[in-house]
Design a protein around this ligand. Structure first.
Ligand code: SAM
Length: 252
């Protein structure tokens, strides 16, 4: 039956894939992958043969054309799985445009959940705040990055960013300027991989930590910055609160 399956794949450890994902990848007619070669590595690791599967590339530079192709496959009654290089497609990765087009054409979209670097990092960060804002990648240029950070500075939610290794030092430096040196963060690096590091510190300490060892600057990063602390002072006096309680008890 024609449907688009949006399949989450590992963010490092190849065994982090669901049984359902393996099952579906073994049965679909078409697999659309960000880099076919990378996905082939994953498929062969799990013994998934693609003899009868058509493989096509869908990446940020051809998403529109690839989406047209996929609509044609779906119209012909074929099933299609979408994979990105790592984690959940359409999350800081191509896929959102394709999903939009597929829904517009009234075909079914079925998510196959699994790894996502942001959620993986948050689950092990030890941040008790139940609210978070996923930002993804900040702008590459410092001026725009500082402007984006300024817009986020007053949020009381954990702020989750993705960052590339070649920008991590300057990104942390801008965060110190905009959020202040004492704001706490968790640096989650190389999750599920050999050099997995989950490090809690202040922004000021982070700039020292990252400079202390060149290995600290390598790999893939999620930065989880604590939200601003909101003072939980009650704005009404104790006496007013008591009066309100009496009145509330009188209500039917
Ligand atoms: N779609 C992916 C997801 O669901 O998380 C995100 C893809 S995005 C192009 C790649 C970025 O995600 C990296 O630059 C890094 O910030 C983060 N990331 C991916 N894998 C990671 C890992 N194993 N450890 C830490 N961060 C990771």
């Amino acid at each position: 039956k024609s449907a688009l399956y949006v399949v989450a794949t590992p963010i490092g450890n190849l065994n982090d894939i669901s049984l359902r994902a393996i099952q579906i990848l073994g049965h679909v007619d078409v697999i659309a992958a960000e880099h076919v070669q990378n996905s082939m590595h994953l498929l062969s690791h799990h013994g998934i043969t693609v003899k009868n599967t058509q493989l096509i590339a869908l990446h940020q530079h051809n998403e529109k054309n690839a989406a047209d192709k996929i609509i044609t496959f779906l119209t012909a009654g074929k099933s299609v799985a979408l994979l990105s290089d790592a984690g959940t497609p359409a999350i800081s990765d191509p896929g959102a445009l394709l999903v939009q087009r597929v829904l517009e054409h009234n075909f079914t979209v079925i998510p196959i959940p699994g790894p996502n670097a942001a959620v993986c990092a948050l689950s092990a960060a030890g941040i008790a705040n139940p609210h978070f804002l996923f930002y993804g990648f900040l702008p590459a240029k410092s001026g725009l990055r500082r402007r984006a950070l300024t817009e986020l500075a007053a949020f009381p939610y954990t702020l989750i960013f993705y960052e590339a290794p070649h920008r991590i030092v300057e990104c942390l430096a801008d965060m110190v300027v905009i959020f202040g040196p004492q704001r706490k963060l968790v640096i989650a690096r190389e999750l599920t991989k050999l050099f997995e590091t989950i490090h809690t510190c202040t922004l000021e300490e982070a700039t020292i930590w990252i400079d202390a060892d060149s290995h600290h600057q390598k790999g893939e990063f999620v930065l989880l910055v604590h939200g601003t602390q909101i003072e939980k002072k009650s704005r009404i006096s104790e006496q007013t609160q008591n009066t309100l309680n009496v009145l509330l008890n009188e209500l039917p």
